[in-house]
Ligand binder design. Structure first.
Ligand SMILES: [Zn+2]
Length: 52
């Protein structure tokens, strides 16, 4: 897990700045990278995926 800084680190749900941490990304064979965002303040977790 690592902390995110700046805009990415702001929780979408509670709005706390630099509250989000993200898991190590895993790369799938289909061209998407997946990781998992968790807010340390409100505990909301959110999967993300993006092209790499
Ligand atoms: Zn939050």
């Amino acid at each position: 897990m690592r902390r995110l800084a700046g805009e990415e680190g702001t929780c979408f749900f509670c709005g706390e700045e630099e509250a989000n941490v993200v898991s190590a990304p895993s790369d799938d064979n289909d061209g998407w990278r997946r990781d998992w965002l968790v807010c340390l303040v409100c505990g909301t977790s959110n999967p993300r995926r993006y092209r790499y």
